[in-house]
Design a protein around this ligand. Structure first.
Ligand code: F6P
Length: 537
């Protein structure tokens, strides 16, 4: 690893966050950045002016801006798959021109969006009707990974904007998932969307076939053309499934699955919230793209977020980060960012296929739950556990429930309190003083005080914004996408392939005949015993 890394390590301060704030009352102002109302506060990390400058120098050395421009201009930066990476084109707006191999793809993008809007609005108005001429009241999206997590997360996040049919999601090949979703539904009122970039994913194909049987059993074979739509890059395979060409919505190989919610994969969202709010969602992402493209690195939110990630992973050695939205409707954001981040940056080779430089760690574990629920579950470990886990808080100034204003006040107070508690901690002296002032006898003070010590100095960042509307959600998702890009650019890895998911798929396919037959058919002793046990039950 280069000298820049060594320089950075030397800049790791021993000063506590308390001391850093005491020494610089302007610390919040110096270590925060904004894109309009969206604030990134990173003053409660151990970064200093010097280490931040060194991180920005590392970004220059690793040519983050040039790599960003290569992505945005449609170069085939996903080298292992020989593809461009252009999810940004999907939200580029009416006047943009984006070329892939010399051809402007924007006319295709715009035409696809117009088709999607026509279909979504048709379903919402009832103009696109069920086989009996009645309205669809329920839409079931069948997909997995990137063909599921984005729409699931966004649909929940934008619940206050729903004014279309109810939207449900089935992803797991576990029959329980399909069964439980279909249990409450009427086939005559249900539209299925089969979403799969490849249209080969075994989970999705299995669920789609079972859903088809459920529909046909109730309404007959002819209902399939009215009750099924598909989203895929493999139009021929969708047609082979029996889905009418007018209801197959395509996208392109330059849209990665986990970056695809802006494409036809967002169809269930559009049906739920309408084309206008979906456009606001796209325009939020467009605003973040413009910020990423033009803001100086030192004020650039995705760049700063990526550099903080690199600081925590590579300089501080933290193996995880917790995503803690103080917003119940962002309950699926951690799962969404988990795929975005871990499938992108969980890599062992550089983008040229060489081993990573000695000692370079790549993507951390990403996990989380909404606050305040998490406070009553796992925050104990965040405050007093033996490992340090950087936390990322998200909070809106305004809720969508003015009639429950005191709830939001409590939510906000809790969010602010957690980042302060993690940073400040509580010393043994403070713990003792508190017990003394509560009137406890000296022996009790001695006995209890050690349990009440919080080491503090635990880093967190906070993203704060006015309100979780479609525009802001678009900005937030694009921010996380670009952060993943910045980290990958610094580590020199390809964030856009996912070879690591293949081995499990291969082995599942190879094991299937044996699982269907006798346990003795499995040669591998790693699997023989378990399968034998399960078969014997
Ligand atoms: O198994 C991983 C993966 O390939 C993801 O990258 C993708 O989002 C998911 O499977 C679903 O793939 P598809 O949309 O092709 O069904």
């Amino acid at each position: 690893m280069s000298a820049s890394w060594a320089a950075l390590r030397a800049l790791k301060t021993n000063q506590s966050l308390r001391a850093l704030f005491a020494a610089d009352p302007q610390r919040f102002g110096r270590l925060s950045a904004k894109q309009d109302d969206l604030l990134l506060d990173y003053s409660k990390t151990a970064l200093t002016a010097d280490s931040l400058a060194a991180l920005l120098a590392l970004a220059e050395e690793r040519q983050v801006a040039a790599q960003r421009d290569a992505m945005l201009s449609g170069e085939p930066i996903n080298r292992s798959e020989g593809r461009a990476v252009l999810h940004t084109a999907l939200r580029a707006g009416p006047d943009a021109e984006v070329r892939v191999k010399g051809v402007d793809v924007m006319p295709l993008v715009r035409a696809s969006l117009a088709r999607l809007e026509g279909f979504a609005e048709g379903v919402r108005s009832g103009a696109i009707a069920a086989t009996d001429g009645g309205r669809f009241t329920d839409v079931v999206n069948i997909g997995i990974g990137g063909s599921d997590l984005g729409p699931v997360m966004v649909t929940l996040a934008l619940a206050p904007y729903h004014d279309g049919p109810r939207v449900h999601f089935v992803s797991n090949v576990d029959g329980a998932h399909l069964h439980d979703v279909l249990k409450g539904l009427d086939p005559a009122r249900t539209l299925f969307i089969i979403a799969s970039k490849t249209f080969t994913t075994i989970e999705t194909m299995t669920n789609a076939q079972s859903a088809r049987r459920w529909l046909v059993a109730a309404l007959g074979e002819r209902a399939v053309e009215d009750h099924f739509a598909a989203v895929s890059t493999a139009l021929d395979k969708a047609a082979a499934f029996g889905i009418d060409g007018g209801r197959v919505f395509g996208f392109w190989d330059w849209v990665g699955g986990r970056y695809s919610v802006w494409s036809a994969v967002g169809l269930p969202v559009m049906i739920a919230i309408g084309a206008q709010d979906f456009e606001a969602f796209l325009s939020g992402a467009r605003a973040m793209d413009a910020h990423f493209r033009t803001a100086p690195l030192a004020e650039n939110l995705p760049v700063l977020l990526g550099l903080i990630g690199v600081w925590h992973r590579n300089i501080c050695g933290y193996g995880a980060r917790a995503l803690l939205p103080y917003d119940q409707r962002l309950a699926r954001l951690p799962a969404y960012v988990q795929q975005l981040d871990m499938e992108s940056n969980g890599k062992l080779v550089t983008r040229d296929g060489a081993p990573l430089p000695e000692g370079l760690s790549t993507g951390p574990l990403v996990w989380g739950e909404p606050g305040t629920n998490g406070q009553h579950a796992f925050y104990q470990l965040l405050h007093q556990g033996s490992d340090i886990i950087p936390c990322e808080f998200l909070i809106a100034a305004e809720s969508h429930e003015p009639e429950l204003a005191e709830h939001h006040t409590l939510l906000l107070a809790n969010c602010l309190a957690q980042s302060e508690a993690l940073a400040r901690g509580k010393t043994l002296g403070e713990a003792r003083a508190q017990l003394v002032s509560a009137g406890l006898p000296a022996a009790e003070v001695d006995r209890l005080a050690p349990y009440k010590v919080f080491p503090g100095n635990r880093p967190s960042i906070t993203l704060a914004y006015r309100k979780l509307d479609p525009y802001t959600l678009g900005r937030l998702i694009a921010l996380y996408e670009h952060r993943v890009f910045v980290e990958a650019a610094i580590w020199g890895i390809n964030a856009f392939d996912q070879w690591g998911v293949e081995l499990g798929k291969e082995l599942a396919t190879a094991l299937l005949p044996a699982v269907q037959a006798a346990p003795g058919a499995v040669a591998d002793p790693m699997t023989q015993g378990l399968l034998g046990h399960l078969r014997g039950l």
